[in-house]
Design a protein around this ligand. Structure first.
Ligand code: AMP
Length: 366
């Protein structure tokens, strides 16, 4: 079987989405605005996205019979998370167009290949070394110094699979803490801000970036995104150009995010790329009310081969994540003029669980 070539779809098409969390839910909602029906494939019996989709399949990512039926029922496939197993992506992409493609997944699923890929483009990344043994870790720490950050190559998110190597840290313990998994050691970046570019690339090579987002984390989880980011115009332009180059080099189709650190000051300010997310991203949630096209609509437009929409910002924007019990404030937030509440329909508000978010858009200051 040869992989299908890129096709453009029209309203009425069925979009298959791998993963059933809040990102899939918001993609499905946007798709419905454009006359596209969504079919979710996810292993869990309950999912935020099931509530808003035309159809769903509960199946394991390894269940080829279920995947084949899913592929049969949809016109094209996208996904909400970067850890779609390579075999699942390959299986589906042989049957229906898969966007973003397998290369974007392969590069970004592994921190080592991701860092090497970004560095090869001539973009700044933290210095890094591969770590496959305690001896590698000792050599890497000798080379990069302390503090530094040990991260698993795969399956890390929201600070999981990560240990900071401080002056007193025992390296054997640190390596055990990440399960002695294949890892990278990164030099510590002394940054002033964390920012991200959320952008879309169309199948025709068109590119549209939202304004640079400034991100504040609490306990390793995104707490606030604010736009505009407090950086120079030159830094913002460089950050967006870096994202454009990444999208181009990946032959990317869809929305993606590039997380970056801002280092230096004034004329010496610049960005260091930390991570690429081959999907819609939490730091792009503000676009639902804060930009002329939301990241979710933009993603559906891109993967369906529609023209990209305007990414123009509508004012100063703040997005606040509602993590765990914070979502219990829903009534107050509904009563707050100008606050736009989004709840994900999750039944249980566990600590650290993203339950919803709220955006606030205010007029640009003169
Ligand atoms: P990550 O999982 O790579 O997104 O990292 C989670 C968070 O850890 C980032 O948002 C930073 O706050 C911090 N961090 C990660 N890598 C580094 C680094 N090389 N230097 C300094 N801080 C880092």
């Amino acid at each position: 079987m040869s992989a299908p070539v890129f096709q453009s779809f029209g309203p009425g098409a069925v979009l298959g989405i791998i993963g059933g969390g809040q990102l899939a839910r918001m993609i499905a909602l946007a798709a419905s605005d454009l006359g596209i029906r969504s079919h979710i494939f996810a292993p869990e019996p309950e999912n935020p996205a099931f509530d808003v989709a035309a159809a769903y399949t509960v199946g394991a990512y390894e269940d080829e019979a279920a995947l084949a039926r899913f592929a049969e029922a949809v016109d094209l496939v996208t996904y909400e998370f970067e850890n779609v197993p390579a075999a699942t992506a390959a299986f589906l992409s042989q049957r229906k167009p898969l966007h973003p493609g397998a290369r974007a997944l392969a590069v970004t699923q592994d921190r080592l290949s991701e860092k090497a890929f970004v560095a090869d483009l001539g973009l700044a990344v933290a210095p890094f070394r591969a770590v496959d043994s305690l001896a590698d870790l000792e050599a890497a720490v000798a080379a990069l110094g302390r503090p530094s950050v040990l991260k698993t190559r795969r399956f890390g998110y929201d600070g999981k699979g990560q240990v900071k190597i401080l002056p007193g840290t025992d390296l054997d313990e640190a390596y055990r803490a990440i399960g002695q998994a294949p890892a990278v050691l990164e030099g510590f970046v002394t940054f002033s801000r964390e920012v991200s570019v959320v952008a879309a690339r169309g199948s025709d090579g068109s590119f549209a970036a939202f304004d640079l987002c400034e991100n504040e984390h609490r306990d390793h989880i995104l707490a606030f995104t604010r736009i505009p980011a407090k950086v120079t115009a030159g830094t913002e332009a460089d950050a967006i150009e870096a994202a454009r180059q990444i999208g181009e080099a990946l032959g990317y189709v869809g929305v993606f995010a590039v997380e970056m650190f801002v280092v230096g000051e004034g004329a010496g300010e610049s960005v260091v790329v930390n991570e690429i997310a081959p999907r819609v991203h939490n730091s792009g949630h503000w676009t639902s009310e804060g930009a002329e096209t939301s990241q979710f609509h933009q993603h559906v437009r891109a993967v369906c081969g529609f023209p990209l929409g305007s990414a123009r910002r509508r004012g100063r924007v703040e997005m606040e994540n509602l993590v765990g019990d914070a979502a219990l404030r829903w009534r107050d937030l509904l009563a707050e003029p100008g606050a736009h509440l989004h709840l994900y329909g999750k039944r249980e508000a566990r600590a650290g669980r993203k339950m919803g978010h709220v955006t606030r858009v205010s007029p640009e200051q003169a």
